[in-house]
Design a protein around this ligand. Structure first.
Ligand SMILES: Cc1cc2nc3c(=O)[nH]c(=O)nc-3n(C[C@H](O)[C@H](O)[C@H](O)COP(=O)(O)OP(=O)(O)OC[C@H]3O[C@@H](n4cnc5c(N)ncnc54)[C@H](O)[C@@H]3O)c2cc1C
Length: 435
């Protein structure tokens, strides 16, 4: 006889685990299935795990600001500080220093959003930037170029006018451990996890979802199935035949993140996350005395859309491009011969805003399109998904009447219609990983 659950979640990444925890706390019997051997081994494991409150939209920023409090009160969220034999993650709440540039309108719109949300920040002069980050060069090189451009590395006449330090920001020590923490909490709430279990078919009966079939041939029953398959989301949507009717779709984007030795003079005590649209990069300190360098996807870099089952997992010239761009900002940064870091995938929507929604197939739900920027939001996304699923299963029409969601720490309510699969592409988005 087939096993039966209240809900099956495809994926045990941070989004799938957080949704399992939230549904478990509502009393649901949940099974997470993952094709990989453990929780958080998919794209979550490659995450830079940066926490920051600024997005391009008010609702996006509100959820991100709220997430800071979840990470700061991690044991409360999990239900105890002894729930995981591997220990709990650390949130390094070091702030994020964002350079004021032409590309971000010198952060005027961002500061206006932070004012609306009462999210604290401090404006920095170039001198204060150099005090905090002594190795930082505050010249401007905008627009972002590739190293083969003859103007690459040539500073503009005007230096950067300054930066803004956002205080509700930092990074998580270990994104995979964060997922393991949530998975253990979900197990305490009654959740089950099955690994090396690839879903190959979404089953239907009477026009509704009724379960899944695994590669092993096993059939499992559930009236609710959630697609939390990360960069494989589009493939899973195709299995369920729900993609055609979606206004906003998802696809996998290849990314390279460089880890290079910290330059001499980099002071870990005052270091923070940096975001720099002048050179198209973000950085943060990484374990092992390294500097982590990620791309903000400047227009001069081609997007590499890939098949998540068949892409190049080796570093390419892009790794060197990112390191050389950083050398503009940090002139004494060495460029090692050995490339280290991460090659992984984002699951990107047309407007780089995720989809948290139901679908046209009753009982089939979507927590996808996290666009390189939803690690931080996962605990809230899980609770939002659990509320959407519960309300929809009780008969609410999520398209006509999307539920409201209250962010308890910052006392802000937003409509979940913001994350609808049927939305018009949101023109307020940055159309980049910045969301
Ligand atoms: C390089 C990089 C840097 C990032 N940096 C940041 C950052 O600094 N801050 C931030 O907030 N966000 C960041 N992100 C984004 C964040 O990490 C993701 O939004 C988040 O981890 C996505 O989690 P997920 O659970 O949706 O996906 P995943 O972790 O990919 O989990 C999906 C799971 O589904 C499984 N799966 C897929 N198909 C099937 C199937 N058919 N059957 C069974 N299982 C299946 C996979 O094996 C996988 O484990 C970054 C992402 C990357 C790649």
């Amino acid at each position: 006889m087939a096993r039966h659950y209240d809900a099956i979640i495809i994926g045990a990444g941070i989004i799938g685990c957080a949704t399992s925890l939230a549904l478990g706390r509502k009393g649901w019997k949940v099974l997470n299935l993952d094709r990989l051997p453990a929780a958080g081994y998919g794209s979550t494991s490659g995450s830079c795990a940066i926490i920051r409150p600024y997005y391009s939209t008010l609702d996006g920023s509100a959820m991100a600001y709220e997430s800071h409090f979840y990470w700061n009160n991690w044991a409360d969220y999990l239900g105890g500080d002894d729930i995981d034999e591997r220990g709990l993650i650390e949130y390094h709440n070091v702030g994020s220093l964002v350079m004021k540039t032409e590309a971000n309108d010198y952060l005027r719109p961002t500061m206006a959003l932070m004012d609306q949300l009462d999210s604290p920040y401090s404006e920095f002069t170039p001198e204060q930037i150099r005090e905090k980050l002594p190795v930082w060069n505050t010249e401007s090189f905008y627009p972002v170029k590739r190293p083969d451009d003859p103007e690459f590395g040539v500073a503009n006449d005007e230096p950067l006018p300054g930066a803004v330090l956002f205080h509700a920001a930092g990074y998580i020590s270990d994104p995979q451990l964060a997922t393991h923490n949530i998975m253990r909490a979900a197990e305490i709430a009654g959740g089950e996890f099955q690994y090396n279990a690839q879903v190959v078919e979404i089953r239907r009966a009477d026009g509704r979802v009724c379960g899944v079939i695994l590669e092993s041939g096993e059939s499992i029953d559930a009236p609710v199935v959630l697609n939390a398959a990360g960069p494989h989301s589009s493939k899973v949507n195709q299995m369920a035949d729900v993609e055609k009717s979606m206004q906003v779709k998802t696809r996998a984007l290849r990314q390279e993140v460089a880890h290079v030795p910290l330059p001499d003079g980099y002071r870990r005590e005052t270091a923070c996350v940096t975001s720099d649209s002048d050179i198209g990069l973000y950085t943060r300190p990484e374990q092992g005395d390294a500097l982590l360098i990620g791309s903000e996807d400047p227009p001069c870099d081609p997007h590499e859309w890939v098949d998540p089952d068949d892409y190049n997992k080796d570093f390419t010239e892009q790794w060197r491009v990112q390191v050389l761009r950083t050398c503009q900002r940090v002139p004494n940064l060495g460029v090692p011969n050995q490339m280290r870091g991460v090659v992984d995938l984002y699951d990107v929507t047309d407007d780089w805003i995720p989809i948290y929604d139901h679908s046209d197939l009753p009982g089939f739900y979507l927590a996808i399109g996290t666009s390189g920027n939803q690690f931080k939001n996962a605990p809230i996304a899980g609770e939002l998904m659990a509320d959407i699923i519960e309300a929809t299963q009780k008969g609410n029409d999520q398209d006509a009447n999307p539920i409201d969601f209250h962010l308890k720490y910052i006392d802000h309510t937003f409509s979940s219609g913001f994350y609808s699969r049927l939305r018009e592409v949101n023109q307020d988005s940055s159309f980049s990983v910045l969301g």
